[in-house]
Design a protein. Structure first.
Length: 753
């Protein structure tokens, strides 16, 4: 690492620096606001310096406080860890810089910047740790920080802003008196739902430790021959990995635990960008990719695979298909399902949240397809590695353009005092810089060439098609590949539709009341919106943000445009090849234009046209006209309502929760109060009655008898005291009397008398 500094310094800087934030805030608020950016900036430089250390042996530090576990902390310097560390630290740094202006007029920034810096430190702890248990600690740090940041505005007392489409009004469990209650609910929901996955994950980690005797990823791979066959024989290998994958499902918002992420938009926009682009949701993708690598390395170390990495040489075909197919199917379903939800959402950041869920589904799909291709046949080994690579590339490209989109959305909300798109409109002329960079992010999200999203997402679709077409994979995998390919293509069509819809509603058409520069009446300022932290937003015409907010947007937009120049370097790093940059770039282009990659490329372009053309006609070209596409009744209205209500999955969970709460109330009233408490009260009453009787018996019988005996004893003692005269004559007389009485008795016994 740079200057020979210890590797653990990368983790200490953000985690330790977060503890200094409140202390610095006591002396200088401006320095305090820049403290996270400074610490993360240093960590970012150190992370970039790790690129030259990939493959080297990292320093290890023994932690004797868990001597029985032989716990050692080491920094893992493989391509996946280093690329994720570089991505997370860079995006965190840009978001922290953005936050210095965005949160400049908010209260309680000590808490905000402390949680933000600790959040980034938790992600770096996870991706760089060679120890699964310590990585899990970083995993939980992010869970805690997300809870605090999503519900950051928990003290707002104003009523929540009402969605003009009336979604919340139809669900009584989404009714809140204040904005603070809603924000607290969203933070709690994120915390609880992700903990469900974490509980399964912790169980999987402990089971894995039972068989491996270590938490170290490298030790697991190097000592595979000692535990791999044992887990297979016990039937615990795949269940254990699936348990760990449940943690990824919760963290990355995959079906069926995707319900928390849309509500996570309640926090400040910089928090949303941090969660979606740099940290939390990427953690699930990372852990899934990490265990794919661990499985591959373990089979390689066991010496049973073709070229050292064919998992099917060690585990059965059914087990391999089960594990990787679960990942691929969940990813494909999530990608399609959440993309359809984004087509009808009215909240600006929530549309972007649904797009994040969809893109995370693509990443999971790529990991699952990569595992299936690697395990299916040795001839598909290279394709499997390429599919895994496409997942890593999509993590990088998505991190950049999603941070760009969220931070741009924050600028819009900052300016117009509302989070709902139907209250916006006509912002293109007021916010031209934001309009331009947001279009770049939208085109990348939609997968339009040559923007970053095209190269990574189209590659995922391409290798899904290869799974469907590869004869070596077998009929079953071909059929499943076809289904996965269909979901991936349809998700792409939905993505470009909601992306253009977002731009059309927000930036085109007629300006909303109060946003036109000819309207000089002050706009009503609503305190529940994120814009209330800007002192110059009261009644002012919408405008682009200042430099601290725009410069990160320019950097992210530039990367999104030139990503295809950077991707060959990332590909060489991840696959650990030494191919020339121009050769790798030429291969990237050639794959799209030659068989068999040309077929999925053309199909994907058709899907983009299928979703993009209607989106453009309705929301951009027809932005000035009333939208009458969805009638008041009929099949289209029912479909719209179905998607608007998120396939009713979220409401189903609330319905189940409501039933549980009603059951709990019924149990409390009917069972607990009447029966259990009744038994308790009657038992207590009977005990009191019995104790009263016992007390009477004790007072009047037991104590009376004892007192009577003692009284008579005392009386007898007092009577005997009269015989104790102390005179010798009396004693001699009594002695003579006794002797005489004894003589008479003897004579009687002898028969004399």
């Amino acid at each position: 690492m740079l200057f020979g500094l210890p590797y653990w310094l990368i983790l200490v800087l953000p985690l330790g620096g977060s503890l200094l934030v409140p202390l610095v805030g006591r002396y200088s608020e401006k320095v305090r606001d820049w403290t996270p950016a400074i610490f993360m900036g240093i960590a970012m430089i150190l992370c970039w310096s790790l690129l030259s250390d990939i493959g080297s042996t990292a320093q290890q530090t023994s932690w004797v406080w868990v001597e029985a576990l032989n716990l050692e902390f080491g920094v893992l310097l493989d391509p996946l860890s280093v690329v994720m560390a570089v991505l997370a630290s860079t995006l965190c740094f840009l978001i922290y810089v953005y936050s210095t202006e965005y949160m400049a007029h908010e209260d309680d920034r000590n808490r905000f910047f402390f949680l933000m810096l600790a959040f980034g430190g938790g992600m770096l702890t996870l991706v760089l740790s060679d120890n699964l248990l310590i990585g899990f600690i970083g995993w939980e740090i992010m869970g805690f920080c997300s809870y605090g940041l999503i519900g950051f505005w928990n003290d707002k007392r104003n009523p929540p802003e009402i969605d003009p489409t009336g979604y919340e009004a139809k669900n009584p469990l989404l009714q809140f008196e204040t904005e603070g209650q809603y924000n607290t609910h969203c933070g709690t929901k994120a915390f609880v739902v992700t903990r469900i996955g974490d509980a399964f994950m912790l169980g999987g980690i402990l089971i894995l430790f039972m068989f491996t005797g270590t938490f170290s990823f490298t030790d697991m791979a190097h000592n595979a021959q000692h535990w791999w066959q044992a887990m297979v024989g016990a039937g615990m290998l795949i269940p254990t990995f699936l348990l760990i994958f449940m943690g990824a499902i919760g963290k990355s918002g995959q079906a069926p635990l995707q319900v928390w992420l849309p509500e996570a938009m309640a926090g400040p926009t910089s928090v949303s960008a941090l969660i979606h682009a740099a940290t939390m949701v990427k953690a699930g993708v990372y852990i899934s990719a990490r265990f794919l690598i661990t499985m591959v390395e373990a089979t390689a170390e066991s010496g049973n695979g073709d070229h050292g990495i064919s998992a099917l040489q060690v585990i059965s075909l059914a087990d391999a298909q089960t594990f990787f197919l679960v990942i691929a199917v969940i990813g494909a379903i999530t990608a399609f399902m959440t993309a359809t939800m984004g087509m009808t959402s009215n909240e600006l950041k929530q549309v972007l949240a649904f797009s994040t869920l969809s893109q995370l589904g693509y990443m999971m799909l790529a990991i699952g397809v990569g595992g299936l291709l690697i395990g299916a046949d040795s001839h598909l080994l290279h394709a499997g590695e390429e599919a895994y690579l496409s997942s890593v590339l999509h993590v990088v490209s998505h991190g950049a353009f999603k941070a760009l989109l969220f931070l741009s959305a924050g600028g819009v909300i900052h300016a117009v005092h509302t989070k709902y798109m139907t209250k916006m409109g006509g912002l293109k002329k007021h916010m031209p810089k934001t309009f331009a960079v947001m279009w770049i992010g939208v085109l990348a999200l939609a997968g339009i060439p040559p923007f970053s999203g095209f190269w990574s997402k189209d590659s995922i679709i391409e290798y899904t098609y290869e799974l469907a077409a590869a004869g070596e994979a077998g009929v079953f995998l071909n059929q499943m590949g076809s289904l996965l390919f269909f979901f991936a293509v349809m998700a792409a069509a939905c993505t470009i539709f909601y992306s253009i819809r977002l731009m059309g509603i927000v930036f085109y058409g007629k300006p909303h009341e109060g946003h036109d520069d000819h309207d000089h009446e002050p706009a009503v300022h609503n305190e529940e919106h994120e814009s209330d932290h800007s002192e110059d937003s009261h009644g002012s015409t919408p405008h682009d943000p200042g430099p601290a907010m725009m410069i990160p947007l320019y950097i992210l937009a530039a990367f999104t445009i030139i990503a295809f120049i950077v991707f060959p370097f990332i590909q060489n790093i991840v696959l650990q090849t030494e191919a020339a940059w121009i050769d790798t770039l030429s291969h990237m282009v050639e794959v799209k234009l030659t068989m068999p990659g040309l077929v999925p490329f053309v199909i994907t372009l058709g899907a983009l046209a299928l979703g993009g053309i209607p989106g453009y006609i309705i929301y951009v070209r027809g932005a000035d006209a009333p939208n009458t596409v969805i009638p008041e009744g009929g099949a289209r209205r029912k479909l719209y309502s179905f998607l608007k209500h998120r396939w009713y999955i979220n409401e189903f969970y609330y319905w189940v929760l409501g039933k549980f709460l009603r059951f709990a109330e019924w149990y409390r009233v009917k069972i607990d109060n009447r029966i259990i408490d009744g038994i308790d009260f009657r038992s207590a009453s009977a005990a009191i009655t019995i104790s009263t009787k016992v007390r009477w018996f004790d007072d009047n019988v037991v104590d009376g008898f004892a007192e009577g005996v003692s009284t008579q004893s005392v009386s007898a003692s007092e009577s005997s005291q009269t015989a104790q005269t102390g005179m010798i004559n009396d004693y001699v007389g009594m002695l003579i009397f006794g002797i005489g009485l004894l003589a008479i008795v003897i004579l009687i016994s002898l028969g004399v008398i």
